[in-house]
Design a protein around this ligand. Structure first.
Ligand code: F6P
Length: 324
């Protein structure tokens, strides 16, 4: 194996709070080990277009507390093509980049896998997504901040729901995963949580509403974006079955991706950033670095991107026992 002298770092896919803390950790760890660090703008898109910038200790000062990503991000269609990956490889060669640290989620690691197969570029991944839908880490960077953003928003919705005696359906992010919905739903004391991992049984939901406490005037139902029914449709069904409920729908949307990262996300990103650079120096590649039970773990990309098909039964149990 050739000695690594320069590493490239980029963020890709949906941004998540804590990505900047991860960039900072990667740059400073690289410099600590006497490597050159190059920032690649706009993920794979910028790699293809040759948008590279040298990174220094100073270039990552004062960013640990900022949401978004200073390197910007994109979902690249061109990198999905062999031609796009060839151009990206040529750009890396031209700029003397020997290895990469990719911060992103499923799409990022799928692209990285294809790149390694074709060009054998050493790549280590950091889990950067609010969805927490990767195998090989207890939590992804941005998840903690996102669920806290959700509970902040729903606490406010609860105030108005309570004042008007209303039922609110709140749709949260998670295209393929209900983990934002599940944990934030428990955190806000939701009456029901609907997620893509379990088929939405409308009759069961109706029964739950029927059996719910009559002395509690506001009701909150959290629905994951990826649920097969969806917030507006569920609201229509509830209106038809329970005309007595004054039902409203609120879609939280991209507010969940922004904002300053929580302390948990900053520390997670810092730990993983160091572990990623050290992994490259130790000859690892094609793996995502994560934390399981407080220990660093490396999971091959092809395993990391496999979705959990079932929600944690212990979390589901909490909802069933506590929410009525
Ligand atoms: O990155 C994850 C995520 O926030 C999903 O929860 C959501 O479905 C998706 O990204 C939205 O993507 P976009 O910003 O491209 O609309």
């Amino acid at each position: 194996m050739e000695k690594i002298k320069t590493i490239g770092v980029f963020t890709s896919g949906g941004d998540s709070p804590g990505m900047n803390a991860a960039i900072r950790a990667i740059v400073r760890t690289g410099l600590y080990y006497d490597l050159n660090v190059t920032g690649i703008m706009r993920g794979y898109e910028g790699m293809i277009a040759g948008e590279f910038i040298p990174m220094s200790r100073k270039s990552v000062a004062n960013i640990i507390q900022r949401g978004g990503t200073i390197l910007k991000t994109a979902r690249s269609e061109t990198f999905k093509t062999a031609e796009g990956r060839r151009t990206a490889y040529e750009q890396l060669k031209q700029h003397n980049i020997d290895a990469l640290v990719a911060i992103g989620g499923e799409g990022t690691f799928t692209g990285a896998n294809a790149f390694i197969r074709e060009y054998n570029v050493p790549i280590i991944g950091l889990p950067g997504t609010i969805d927490n839908d990767l195998i090989g880490t207890d939590y992804t960077i941005g998840y903690d901040t996102a669920i806290n953003t959700v509970i902040d928003a729903v606490d406010k919705i609860r105030d108005t729901a309570e004042s008007h005696d209303r039922l609110f359906i709140v749709e949260v992010m998670g295209r393929d995963s209900g983990l934002i919905a599940l944990r934030s739903g428990i955190g806000v004391g939701a009456e029901a949580i609907l997620i893509p991992e379990s088929r939405t049984n409308i009759e069961e939901l109706f029964k739950r509403l029927e059996e719910s406490r009559k002395d509690k005037s506001s009701k909150i139902i959290i629905v994951a974006e990826g649920d097969e029914v969806g917030g507006f449709e569920i609201a229509d069904m509830i209106r038809e079955r329970f005309p007595k409920y004054d039902t409203r729908v609120s879609i939280l949307g991209h507010i969940q991706r922004g904002g300053k990262p929580s302390c948990m996300d900053r520390v997670l990103a810092s730990r993983l950033g160091i572990a990623a650079v050290e992994a490259l120096l130790n000859g690892r590649k094609g793996m995502m670095v994560g934390i399981i039970n407080n220990n660093v773990h490396y999971t091959p990309f092809y395993n990391a991107i496999k979705h959990l098909s079932e929600a944690d039964p212990s979390l589901l149990k909490i909802v069933n026992i506590l929410s009525l």
